[in-house]
Write a protein that binds this ligand. Structure first.
Ligand code: 5GP
Length: 194
């Protein structure tokens, strides 16, 4: 596949990576487009198909796996599959965009391995697991059970941070946003990664 740069933002659920990714997307000079993932998890009330995710059944998702349609995919939580469709990245590259991903740590590292030169893999680190719990409860998009499942996964995910190119500590959101912006602008400007 030919095309622009790949910017991966991975972190435990509730770390604020989605806020950071949205902020970066609002900067036209970065020429970014969001890679919409496919998922088999249920749609949340405010989510739109084709904008937040391509929502599909588990069997549809499995058919895409069999057809080798994914750049990477992961069963992030039980029966909740998530994956990046090759067609999505190809579409955005054809538009001349740099592609930004909000994906889990395993998927993020997998893409980095496939495209080591053109990928910047960033890990967004929350202040603590306790703070994550507070943020997830405040967000209240998930049941208590699901929040606990996400917290349990967070410790495992935090251990992968050193494998990323950069770690952004999201202790103060304004500082983290600025840091992310500078990092991405620098990477995009660096022609050595073409
Ligand atoms: P959520 O259910 O909160 O939208 O996402 C749960 C987790 O799945 C998050 O860590 C999110 O970044 C990750 N995720 C979203 N899309 C993808 C994808 O395409 N591939 C992988 N591996 N993880 C994804």
């Amino acid at each position: 596949m030919k095309g622009g740069k790949l910017l991966i933002f991975s972190a435990p659920s509730g770390s604020g990576k989605t806020t950071i990714v949205r902020h970066l997307l609002s900067k036209p000079e970065l020429n970014l487009a969001f890679s919409v993932s496919a998922t088999s998890r249920p749609r949340r009330v405010k989510e739109k198909n084709g904008e937040h995710y391509y929502f599909m059944s588990v069997s549809e998702f499995k058919k895409h796996i069999r057809d080798d349609d994914f750049l990477e995919w992961e069963e992030v939580y039980r029966d909740n599959f998530y994956g990046t469709l090759k067609s999505e990245v190809e579409r955005l590259w054809a538009e001349g965009k740099n592609v930004i991903f909000d994906i889990d740590v395993v998927g993020g590292l997998r893409i980095k391995k496939k495209y080591p030169e053109r990928t910047l893999a960033v890990f967004v680190k929350p202040p603590s697991v306790d703070e994550l719990k507070i943020r997830l409860k405040k967000r209240s998009t998930e049941s208590e059970d699901k929040i606990n499942m996400r917290i349990a996964k967070a410790s495992v995910e935090l251990a992968t941070a050193p494998q990323f190119d950069k770690i952004i500590k999201n202790y103060d959101l304004d500082v983290a946003l600025k840091e992310a912006e500078e990092l991405v602008a620098g990477f995009i400007a660096d022609s050595k990664c073409e």
